[in-house]
Design a protein around this ligand. Structure first.
Ligand code: SF4
Length: 887
């Protein structure tokens, strides 16, 4: 159905986080679509967060890669496919199958992923295919495989709503999985007896929901949960019958946990004995307990053991697989789970089978009728790019991801990609930090144009359906993978008519896996025809050929180790590998913001998403900032042994002393030096290979700037100042700027900045050379087309007001830099849906005596649509006079 325009709403799935919300997309006939939540989808029941609600703003073709390119020139598909096939073929012939690699993405649909994995593992004969999901949940995969015998998520989202206690560990659910957070918040409101504990070194928006907040020392989760296991035993809370029948390894795990008495745990976690014991007591007394974990657990040099420590407590108490209880990992990406199902990681085989198992390998090879099969795990992400750097990888294909931004030591990764003799990138976008490094670019279909399936964090498979025609020469990923496979001589095995046929093969392979004792079984879908595939309703696996689909795993045991028993693993607390030093005294924690996604290739297209946080920032504790002479809203440099970044200081008590937090989204496309992962070292968990992205030593200093600026324009412009951060804004573009030397001619400088030298735009300026300030507006055809503000310190203009004036007739209103007295400045955006700013909300709270989030909603509508800003509204209610600079 690709390429066919629709007029009726099309049911599809959101392409962002692992909640996997259902979306209704109604094409408008002009290349766009109206977006709303799908009330019939069991993940979201109609809800969407701010990112999902703004999907309609990301569908235009600006910046899209619409034709194949070789060496920067336009190429024909046939030529590009033949070149890719030839370079892979010759590398394999000369240097062997392990001299080539694929680096793929949780953005791929399951069908794309399946084909990529089959080509690499079954036909090329290497396991050198890894995925950006390595950066997201590899520690969970390793931890679950070790404990359960396979990579199983035992529970479902509804367990969050029926639990008595929900423990959130290293998971800013409010910003990173907002609809799940909203489901939890609604459940807690309906059942106030439910308790929520938030465990995170940093005070995030999620803490607004918590009854108890444990701000533990970075990386000390194993100490906390080993301490809990010790208490479970001491309090007689072990479910002896469940353990006897279904669990091995308890004595060794308990022996390790006993070392974590209250005093030792308090030292390791930095928490008080009272807080620790209060949490442990609550956990033990709450039969229905769900422990939710994500990147704060996974992105650690001890991630697998952290997952193990959490699972140990659930296994010891038998609190797994029954309604309202169990460990629940939430994945970052829309199809991280689908990637796991097809074996998209370098150390797994398709359908949750094991590379290490000769019987599994033979079964898959036989099923694929492939000439070879990989015999050992391939290179995990960090090792894969190291192998590019040292010349072992001769040909690399990167699909729908941006490793030059998102991998640790990102500068070194960019250099490694540059050093690789042949690099092909398939992507929907033409200009990313990574496409800039490729010899061959293949135009990929984007969300809305491609068709297939994704699996969310609760094992629910949802159809992503095309509702827009394929633009230019863009093609779905499975299509060009199959074309390259055919050009390499394997056309028969890759002769698919479409995603439905690939899905049927994937489902049929799962039947074989189920026969071999694996959990992943969707054999009940192996026979669906194309029409049934198109109509497929969201469905939770397992979907066996006989019996009911969905449900939970392990309430009655039935684990997937050969003996049917789970394994408790003896784990021991270790501090993060890289300790702060005198030269690098602070720990860098990286993460996400509410309204951007990954490396911003899609969300940066949306003005309203970009308005929430418009430049890279670093949260720094007030005492650390004071010690370094850093004031709120100043620019700072961050340096590590591997790289450097510049960001705006957000002085706050949200991040603990000794730690700083920086979002991972900003790229070289959107900022001068905003790439957080340029700083992070390539330290990985020894079992999962997942990088430690939350505890790397850095130093922070003031960024010495002679001037600071703020600029807006109708047309795009490309700053080259010492510091810049560019963003979309309503009606145009905006940028924060700073320079090392003040220009002698501000007007000439601004003209050059906007590229208006020969445009005939009339400058209207107010320049005070003595104070070093300038306000310049450019007028063309009676309208303000650009404006520039400069000052020796961070520019104090009302951003929302200035952005509103672009394209308007009022030069004076623009140059004033803030609204007139009768129109208050709304302040920084809080509610993206209704454009409500922080000043408006604070004023309403004070003047109208608003007491809760619902009252704010009634007064201002803020928080009443997608609900993503509700935690921020709650924070404003708690601290109505909190520092605006720190927001
Ligand atoms: Fe998309 Fe938001 Fe749902 Fe995640 S929570 S799937 S980003 S709408």
């Amino acid at each position: 159905m690709d390429g066919v325009p629709f007029s009726a709403p099309v049911r599809t799935a959101c392409p962002y986080c692992g909640v996997g919300c259902g979306v209704l997309a109604t094409p408008n006939g002009m290349g766009g679509a109206l977006i709303s939540g799908d009330r019939a989808h069991p993940a979201n029941f109609g809800r969407l967060c701010s990112k999902g609600a703004a999907l309609g703003e990301t569908l235009d073709l600006e910046g899209r890669l619409l034709e194949p390119r070789i060496g920067g020139r336009r190429a024909h598909w046939g030529e590009a496919i033949e070149l890719v096939a030839e370079r892979f073929r010759s590398a394999i012939a000369t240097h062997g199958p392990d001299s080539v690699a694929f680096y793929v993405s949780g953005q791929l649909l399951t069908e794309d992923y399946y084909v990529a994995n089959k080509l690499m593992k079954g036909f090329i004969g290497s396991a050198n295919i890894d995925t950006n999901s390595r950066l997201c949940m590899a520690s969970t995969v390793a931890g679950q495989r070790r404990a359960f015998g396979t990579d199983t998520v035992p529970g479902s989202y509804e367990d969050l709503e029926t639990a008595d206690l929900v423990v959130l560990v290293g998971s800013n659910l409010a910003w990173c999985h907002p609809v799940l957070y909203q489901r939890l918040a609604a459940a807690k409101q309906a059942r106030p007896g439910m308790k929520v504990v938030n465990i995170d070194p940093r005070r995030t928006a999620t803490a607004e929901l918590a009854d108890m907040e444990l701000r533990l020392a970075p990386g000390s989760d194993v100490a906390l949960f080993n301490g809990l296991l010790n208490w479970i035993e001491a309090e007689g809370a072990i479910d002896a019958e469940f353990v006897l029948r279904h669990v091995a390894g308890l004595p060794a795990a308990i022996a390790k946990a006993r070392r974590m008495d209250t005093e030792t745990a308090a030292r390791a976690t930095g928490l008080s004995a009272q807080d620790l014991q209060a949490f442990w007591r609550l956990w033990i007394r709450s039969e229905r307990v769900v422990t939710v974990f994500s990147q704060g657990v996974n992105q650690s040099s001890q991630g697998t053991d952290k997952v193990g420590a959490i699972i140990n407590c659930h296994l010891a108490t038998g609190r797994i697989g029954r309604p309202g209880m169990g460990p629940l990992s939430v994945t970052g990406q829309p199809n991280a789970m689908g990637g796991r199902e097809v074996g998209g990681l370098a150390n797994t085989l398709a359908a949750h089978l094991d590379i290490e198992n000769a019987g599994h390998r033979a079964a898959v090879q036989d099923f694929w009728r492939s000439p070879v099969i990989c015999t050992e795990p391939g290179l995990k992400a960090v090792d894969l790019f190291q192998a590019c750097a040292d010349g072992r990888i001769k040909a690399l294909w990167i699909m729908s991801t941006n490793p030059a931004v998102s991998l640790p030591q990102a500068d070194d990764v960019a250099a490694a990609i540059r050093a690789c003799p042949f690099v092909v990138v398939s992507d929907a976008m033409a200009d990313t930090d990574t496409t800039r490094l490729a010899q061959v670019l293949l135009p990929a279909a984007a969300w809305g144009e491609k068709s297939g399936t994704v699996t969310n964090s609760e094992r629910r498979i949802t159809r992503q359906r095309a509702f827009l025609p394929l633009p230019g020469e863009a093609r779905p990923d499975w299509r060009h993978l199959c074309d390259v496979a055919a050009a390499m001589g394997w056309g028969e095995a890759f002769d698919y008519s479409g995603p439905a046929e690939i899905f049927r093969e994937h489902a049929a392979l799962s039947a074989l896996a189920a026969d071999l004792g694996r959990d992943f079984d969707i054999s009940g879908l192996a026979g669906i025809d194309d029409v049934a595939y198109d109509r497929l309703e969201p469905i939770q696996w397992p979907v066996p050929a006989e019996g009911d689909p969905g449900g939970r795993f392990y309430a009655e045991g039935g684990f997937h180790h050969a003996d049917g028993q789970a394994r408790m693993v003896a784990v021991e607390h270790r501090a993060p590998v890289s300790a702060p030093t005198a030269a690098y005294p602070l720990r860098l924690n990286t993460g996400r913001v509410r309204d951007h996604w990954h490396t911003m290739t899609r969300t940066a297209k949306s003005p309203r998403l970009s308005a929430h946080i418009a430049e890279p920032f670093v949260e720094i504790h007030a005492r650390d900032a004071a010690g370094l002479g850093i004031e709120a809203a100043e620019l700072v440099t961050l340096e590590s042994p591997h790289g450097r970044a510049v960001a705006r200081a957000l002085v706050t008590d949200r991040t603990p002393e000794g730690s700083v937090f920086m979002p991972m989204h900003w790229t070289a496309i959107w900022s001068s030096e905003g790439r957080a992962d340029a700083l992070v070292g390539a330290v990985v968990d020894p079992i999962s290979g997942q990088p430690e992205s939350k505890a790397y030593p850095v130093r922070v200093e003031r960024f010495e700037a002679a001037w600071h600026g703020f600029a807006v324009a109708v047309e795009a412009f490309a700053p080259t100042t010492a510091y810049w951060a560019l963003a979309r804004s309503t009606g145009g573009w905006r940028a924060e700027l700073a320079g090392a030397e003040a220009p002698a001619d501000w007007t000439g400088f601004a003209e050059a900045l906007f590229g208006l030298e020969d445009a005939g735009a009339r400058p209207v300026s107010v320049v005070d050379s003595g104070r070093g300030t300038a306000r310049i507006a450019f007028v063309a055809d009676g309208r303000v087309v650009a404006a520039f503000f400069a000052a020796p310190e961070p520019v104090e203009v009302a951003r929302a007001h200035v952005v509103e004036q672009i394209g308007e007739v009022g030069v004076a209103a623009m140059l004033a830099g803030r609204p007139s007295i009768d129109r208050p400045d709304p302040g920084a955006l809080v509610c993206s849906c209704f454009g409500v700013g922080v000043n408006t909300i604070r004023a309403a709270i004070e003047e109208q005596g608003l007491a809760d989030v619902e009252a704010i909603g009634r007064a201002l509508r803020a928080g009443t649509n997608c609900g993503s800003c509700r935690p921020e509204l709650a924070r404003l209610l708690a601290r109505p006079k909190a520092s605006l600079a720190a927001e």
